[in-house]
Design a protein. Structure first.
Length: 702
């Protein structure tokens, strides 16, 4: 809150109200909370970061911060699916806070009060604020709205003040991370020798003949594998087979999709309601009372697209007519009544390229006008308007090629509106248009139109009836009650003709069960409540009731052979096959002779333009060791048989064209430094996270 007084002292503007809706009250009835047992127990640790326990309450508070930020950014509360992303962002933020806090302190990185003032009202206002406070006419950030809001905080209610203080902290944390990442990026240095090596790798070309023998050339039963060999391989390669928290589940699904009777009932209802709509005297009241989707009465302005379900089925609509019912793409039924068509305020469509002159003196404005005139001349000579707008546009429309959409004359400042509405044909305006925001190049894309359409939409969803749902639940509940353990679960499924489905290696944080969406409660049960062999209660998903049985569950850590036998066996088998292939090729004098050993499976490829920087051999696949070996032999020589993940490779170097010497490698130095800088932030983050030994137990709660 110290910032508020500093801002007030520096601005002297009158206190007003904020425009643009930056702040939302800290209210939210949909905050997730655990059941009372979890809240009152000591088992409320959702994770551990750098040896510090993270409590459920701490985590939920952070999730709420991100939920409010999402609602502020989008203007709506996140759906349950979107809440999954919100929770992940909150968790990552907690990791970053704890992992980097000590690093900032070691380096003495801070954000001063003056710097924070600059971030929220100075020359370097943070993007989060710029995105929130945009002038709807220009698409540009409106600083006056921000100043007005900041001035109003002095007399704002405590909830708004607390929220702003929280935002200040978020801005400060973000700036600290930027400083840290910039330090990492600027610490990268590439030597001339490294740049030369990069240049040579990209420009040295080999002409090679390559023999490829895939592992399937040797039959599986041609090699024998013992359990001791598998265990030895696993012991030496544990990093390849680390396991997370996973579970294997079997389940029976009881569909609650609409039945044929449900469909027939909906069709009968929509036909009856459509007949009533046809003779209705108050269309808006009728559809808002009877339609399953709200709102159900619309006014379509010029430029607005009528519903595709109407235009795809009707060539030309007429006022007073009723159309339908039609079946929509998502399986609902819909009818339309054209309540009215009338002439109203004209609207047109245009695109523009803004050359901003806000805050400039006359001399600078003249320079901007000269540039705008040059760009306009290029467009008159056939330049692409959308591409030019993306290149030169200085407002939010530049990313959409300058498109302003459909607008009424009153929507824009006078000079802009007069110039566009004076046109009687589409196309580029011949002269620049000057407004208080700068110079505009304008292209009219649609001439003014004035026809408005009022449309009543009657839509019924095809959903399972209560009778259908009740029948499915009775079957599921009866099955669960009769299945006290996994053996009974399987026996009852067979006896009653239900299909038992398997979901293996489910991750603890997964949200779907095979193709079943939003099955989080089933998965949470498997990890947080169930014991092996236990049968679940009935879970309700979007289109099915589910009864599940926990087959097995694995904790995070080193893999056991029985859990990864198939993967380990595949690796060991390939190693043994590689030895068989190498022995079979031994003593052969040419690649042709070697291919003759495996005439059906082996291939001999001529690669005339293989680069040292490549890791893939065309027609063969990923083979970095083989590429390196080819460039490591002399012309006419043949490599030893090389083992790759895809098979065994032998290559002969026919010719080598080394990279030509160049006088300046600075371009390669700069590119390597830039690539390293882009990677460094992520790599350091991963390294610090590993050192922090992050443990995630959220799957027990959510």
């Amino acid at each position: 809150m110290a910032l508020i007084k500093q801002i007030r002292q520096r601005t002297g503007l009158a206190i007003g109200v904020i425009a643009g809706g930056l702040i939302l009250f800290l209210l939210g009835g949909d905050l997730l909370s655990p059941n009372s047992t979890l809240l009152n127990s000591s088992q409320n640790i959702v994770g551990e970061i750098a040896g510090e326990d993270i409590t459920y309450e701490e985590y939920v508070a952070k999730v709420e911060e991100f939920r409010i930020a999402y609602q502020q950014r989008t203007g709506r509360a996140p759906s349950e699916v979107e809440m999954f992303t919100v929770r992940e962002q909150a968790w990552q933020a907690m990791i970053v806070e704890r992992v980097f806090k000590e690093e900032y302190e070691k380096l003495g990185l801070t954000i001063s009060p003056a710097e924070l003032v600059d971030m929220v009202q100075g020359k370097n206002i943070v993007p989060e604020l710029r995105q929130q406070l945009v002038n709807p006419q220009t698409g540009q950030f409106d600083k006056s709205q921000l100043i007005t809001f900041l001035q109003s905080l002095e007399t704002a209610d405590p909830a708004q003040q607390a929220f702003w203080a929280q935002q200040e902290q978020i801005f400060a944390d973000s700036r600290l991370r930027i400083k840290y990442d910039n330090m990492l990026a600027t610490s990268e240095y590439v030597t001339t020798a490294e740049a030369k090596m990069e240049y040579n790798a990209a420009n040295s070309i080999a002409d090679a003949s390559i023999l490829f023998v895939p592992y399937y050339a040797v039959e599986d039963d041609a090699v024998t594998i013992s359990d001791s060999e598998l265990q030895s391989y696993l012991n030496s390669h544990q990093d390849m087979f680390k396991t997370g928290n996973t579970a294997n589940v079997e389940y029976v699904s009881f569909s609650i999709l609409p039945s044929g009777e449900d469909s027939a009932e909906v069709i009968a209802n929509i036909r009856q309601l459509t007949d009533e709509l046809r003779t209705s005297d108050n269309d808006s009241v009728f559809v808002n009372r009877n339609s399953d989707l709200r709102p159900a009465f619309y006014t379509f302005r010029p430029g607005d697209q009528l519903p595709a379900d109407l235009t795809n089925n009707v060539d030309a609509i007429e006022a007073g007519e009723t159309y339908g019912p039609f079946v929509t793409a998502n399986g609902t039924y819909v009818s339309f009544k054209v309540t009215d068509q009338y002439s109203g305020t004209p609207r047109m469509r245009a695109s523009h390229i803004l050359f901003s002159t806000e805050g400039m003196d006359d001399a600078t404005k003249a320079q901007v006008k000269t540039q705008a005139d040059e760009v306009l001349a290029d467009l008159k000579n056939g330049g692409d308007f959308a591409l030019t707008a993306r290149q030169y546009g200085q407002d939010g429309t530049s990313q959409t090629g300058g498109d302003l959409g459909w607008f009424a004359k009153a929507d824009f400042v006078d000079a802009f509106a007069e110039a566009t509405y004076a046109r009687n044909s589409t196309g580029l305006l011949p002269n620049l248009v000057e407004t208080e925001y700068g110079y505009h190049i304008i292209e009219v894309t649609e001439l003014p139109q004035s026809e408005y359409t009022k449309l009543a939409v009657l839509q019924l969803e095809l959903v399972a009836s209560d009778a259908t749902r009740n029948e499915a639940f009775r079957n599921a509940d009866s099955f669960a009650a009769e299945s006290g353990n996994r053996n009974e679960f399987t026996e009852n499924a067979v006896d009653q003709g239900y299909r038992v489905l398997q979901a293996n290696n489910i991750d603890a944080s997964a949200r779907n069960l095979n193709n079943l969406q939003n099955a989080r409660e089933v998965i949470r049960w498997a990890f947080a409540e169930a014991s092996t062999g236990e049968v679940s209660p009935v879970f309700e998903l979007d289109n099915a009731y589910i009864v599940a049985s926990l087959v097995s569950r694995k904790e995070e850590g080193d893999a056991k052979l029985e859990d990864v036998r198939a993967q380990v066996e595949g690796q060991v088998r390939n190693e043994k096959k590689a030895e068989v292939i190498k022995q079979a090729l031994a003593g052969k004098s040419s690649l042709e002779d070697m291919k003759a050993v495996y005439p059906e499976a082996a291939s001999l490829n001529e690669i005339p333009d293989l680069k040292l920087s490549s890791s893939v051999i065309p027609g063969i696949g990923f083979a970095p060791k083989a590429v390196g070996a080819i460039f490591g032999i002399s012309q006419g020589e043949t490599t030893q048989p090389l083992t790759e993940d895809i098979g065994v490779i032998v290559a002969k170097l026919n010719a080598l064209t080394p990279a030509a010497e160049i006088g300046d490698y600075s371009g390669y130095q700069a590119q390597l430094a830039q690539n390293a800088a882009q990677r460094s932030s992520y790599q350091v983050m991963m390294a610090l996270q590993d050192l922090a030994d992050v443990k995630d137990f959220r799957y027990k709660f959510f």
